[in-house]
Design a binder for this molecule. Structure first.
Ligand SMILES: [Ca+2]
Ligand SMILES: [Ca+2]
Ligand SMILES: [Ca+2]
Length: 215
């Protein structure tokens, strides 16, 4: 009876943890907590105009692989339509991710259909867009993924209209350290699909119209 009761209690605890999003191994094994699933992207978001890019911007040659491990690099390594999931910033029905190498302070600016601009100084707009990953703004070298910026909309229907993505190399930033021309990568996912990934070499002080798209 005692053993039966203990088994029942253990089974109940296992079920509670499983239902709460935890993955549980049998008694005696280790317990591993899985990240909550990211919000489901809405494949019905209609792209009126695929992203177009500025001259000098080149398409990323590498391709994704469903069996690859996702790493925090501004690319959708495992082809699931989410860029850098598990890196601490969000995917959604629109996700725009900027990544670069070196000590520069790059800033992403996204002009939204409402006419607002999302950037480090205004990380949210009235349409539900969020800059949830800022980089080098506070010179905090110890911050995770300190050369990646990310903006997303995760509501079912992001606002219709044109989105414009600019990148600025803030040469005067106290957070730019020992850096010259800098290679960057920009990826855009809409409605759960990556619509493109591009490379560009940006010069100190330059502000480039990287991409524009319309939904
Ligand atoms: Ca991915
Ligand atoms: Ca990645
Ligand atoms: Ca920045």
């Amino acid at each position: 009876m005692q053993r039966h009761l203990s088994s029942s209690l253990l089974f109940g605890a296992v079920m509670m943890m499983a239902l709460s999003g935890c993955f549980v191994r049998p008694p005696g094994g280790s317990i591993r907590v899985r990240n909550p699933p990211p919000p489901r992207a809405n494949a019905t978001v209609t792209v009126q105009s695929q992203p177009t890019v500025a001259s000098g911007v080149t398409v990323v040659e590498s391709s994704c692989n469903p069996s690859a491990q996702e790493v925090c690099n501004g690319l959708d390594d495992n082809c699931n339509g989410q860029i850098d999931e598990g890196c601490g910033y969000s995917s959604g029905n629109i996700q725009v991710t900027l990544a670069w190498g070196g000590g520069a302070d790059l800033d992403m600016y996204i002009q939204t259909p409402s006419g607002e601009t999302i950037y480090y100084g205004a990380p949210q707009d009235s349409t539900g867009g969020h800059l949830d990953q800022d980089a080098r703004g506070a010179c905090a070298e110890q911050n995770a993924n300190n050369t990646i910026e990310n903006v997303y909309w995760n509501q079912p229907n992001p606002p219709a209209g044109q989105y414009r993505v600019q990148v600025h190399y803030w040469d005067g930033s106290p957070c730019s350290t020992g850096s010259g021309p800098t290679n960057l990568t920009l990826s855009i996912a809409i409605g759960g699909q990556v619509r493109g990934a591009w490379n560009y070499t940006i010069s100190p002080g330059e502000r480039v119209d990287m991409a524009a798209f319309q939904i």
